[in-house]
Design a protein around this ligand. Structure first.
Ligand code: GLN
Length: 492
């Protein structure tokens, strides 16, 4: 093992590279953890962490070094968790003032599984408040910078996780995706992120935004590292009634297979012609690369796809208005001072505790669920959701995967989108939202730059076809170098 104070570079290393360093004793897990914490501290200006797990993470790493090595590739490897997963004894805020003092008594299943595999949670990452947003600008703890360009958003809502991985602090991090919150920040930060099939990963201990859409998944620099995390995170959990009771397949096992003959659908209704020509060029280039590798492209139709953003913005706020009613200043979280009766306590605590975007969603959702509007908005949205799902079912009869850009553009400057009209930001998820509505798995991989910022390519798979998705992404990455590009970060 290296002597005290050694400086083996750990930045930008993949999980397998770190594994190799640990196994060859080039570094110990406690040294690796200390170096990781130091790197996070050096890059503090990015603001990707809300809370660090300093002493506890070093302590766990020491145990792993001494006696408690786990038989898993993740043993002793530092990871970061989105601050929406409850972590026992470690503050969990959802980047909201209302939970700014909340210390959970239990750990979310997904995080527990990663920790049982021996990984070290070094801290909790910044995010949009309650995962509502596409730019990380709704966080109570301030904006996260995109490692590729200071003053630019990392995307959202898993912006802190994406930035921490893109900056090479940790090899991988967890995120959650309700309408695009893993894939869009992955795209804007030039990394890989996968939203699994609804029900593959337990939602127990994840602070709920929109329960029928929320799904946890990994962000990493490669599809391979995503597969390593997803393998551990997946699995049935009796504590989550929507968790799928299926056999766990080893996603690494299927990762290096030929994609000759793979049929990929291009969605007729997504008029890419309206997008920046550079976005279109990247898309065409990636299509060509896939063709070279043996894939075949087929045009498909998703006739109801144009309704996906409005459908989502009826269902997600409705579910959030219900889920967030538990934050009342009584049992946990922020409580206003000098209140009168109970109603006054609720009103003041919630008024002080929630930010503008969260309040907007609660208002929209409460309206959509109220008597007289329920049928017109919520019920209608549920019906359209079914039509969208049916469109995908039909499409997957003729293709294996569907390919789109991840997002219509690249990262943008702080404050430049959505300030006057929130819908500008809602449209960031034009390509990602439909897979949440349908419950399907989807991945974003980096595929080059648009005006010198990273752009993402999205692949959507059929139910439980994560193996196929990760394989297609891995083969792309074996035949390109976009995922290996690193931001210089001279400005930080
Ligand atoms: N950007 C979308 C929203 O603001 C999706 C967020 C998410 O996936 N958590 O709701």
């Amino acid at each position: 093992s290296c002597a005290q104070g050694c400086r083996v570079s750990i930045q930008f290393k993949s999980i397998n590279e770190l594994r190799e360093m640990l196994d060859s004793k080039a570094i110990s897990s406690s040294e690796l953890t200390q170096e990781t914490l130091k790197l996070a501290e050096d890059l503090k200006e990015l603001n990707c962490f809300v809370t660090m797990n300093g002493d506890a993470s070093i302590e766990k790493a020491k145990k792993i070094d001494q006696t408690e090595r786990v038989n898993s590739v993740l043993s002793g490897i530092p990871l970061a968790q989105k601050d929406l997963f409850c972590t026992e004894g470690l503050r969990t805020t959802c980047s909201s003032k209302i939970l700014s003092n909340f210390i959970p008594p239990y750990t979310a299943t997904a995080v527990m599984k990663l920790e049982s595999a021996g990984s070290i949670t070094i801290g909790k990452t910044n995010m949009d408040e309650f995962a509502m947003g596409s730019s990380n600008e709704t966080s109570y703890f301030g904006n996260v910078h995109n490692p590729w360009k200071k003053g630019y958003v990392p995307g959202g809502s898993s912006g802190g996780s994406a930035a921490a991985v893109a900056a090479g602090i940790v090899p991988a991090a967890t995120g959650t995706d309700t309408g695009g919150s893993i894939r869009q920040p992955a795209a804007h930060c030039g990394i890989t992120g996968i939203k699994p099939t609804y029900g593959r990963v337990s939602r127990w201990g994840m602070i709920a935004f929109a329960s029928s859409l929320d799904q946890a998944g990994p962000l990493a620099r490669s599809a391979e590292d995503c597969a390593i995390l997803l393998n551990e995170m997946s699995g049935h959990d009796s504590k989550d009634t929507t968790s799928l009771d299926i056999e766990n397949t080893d996603l690494l096992h299927t990762i290096n297979q030929s994609i000759k003959g793979l049929k990929i659908g291009i969605v007729k209704e997504f008029s890419l012609g309206d997008l920046d020509s550079e976005v279109q060029n990247r898309f065409e280039d990636s299509k060509k690369l896939y063709e070279t590798l043996g894939a075949k492209f087929v045009e498909i139709s998703l006739p109801n796809i144009s309704a996906s953003v409005p459908t989502y913005y009826s269902i997600a706020p409705a579910e959030c208005s219900s889920n967030l009613s538990r934050f009342d200043g009584v049992r946990f979280g922020h409580r206003a001072e000098n209140t009168g009766d109970l109603n006054d306590l609720y009103i003041k605590s919630r008024s002080e505790g929630f930010g503008d975007e969260v309040k907007r969603r609660i208002l929209i959702g409460t309206y959509a669920l109220s008597a007289g509007y329920y049928d017109a908005y919520y019920k209608k949205a549920q019906q359209v959701r079914r039509l969208i799902k049916n469109d995908f079912t039909l499409a997957f009869e003729s293709v294996d995967l569907i390919m789109t850009p991840t997002s219509p553009g690249t990262a943008f400057a702080f404050g430049s989108k959505g300030a006057k009209n929130p819908i500008e930001l809602y449209l960031e998820d034009l390509f990602t939202i439909s897979s949440n509505l349908a419950g399907l798995p989807a991945i974003s991989i980096p595929h080059g730059k648009v005006n010198s910022l990273p752009a993402g390519l999205q692949l959507i798979g059929n139910f439980l076809q994560e193996g196929q998705l990760l394989n297609a992404a891995h083969i792309f990455q074996q035949n390109s170098e976009f995922h290996l590009e690193k931001p210089s970060m001279e400005e930080f």
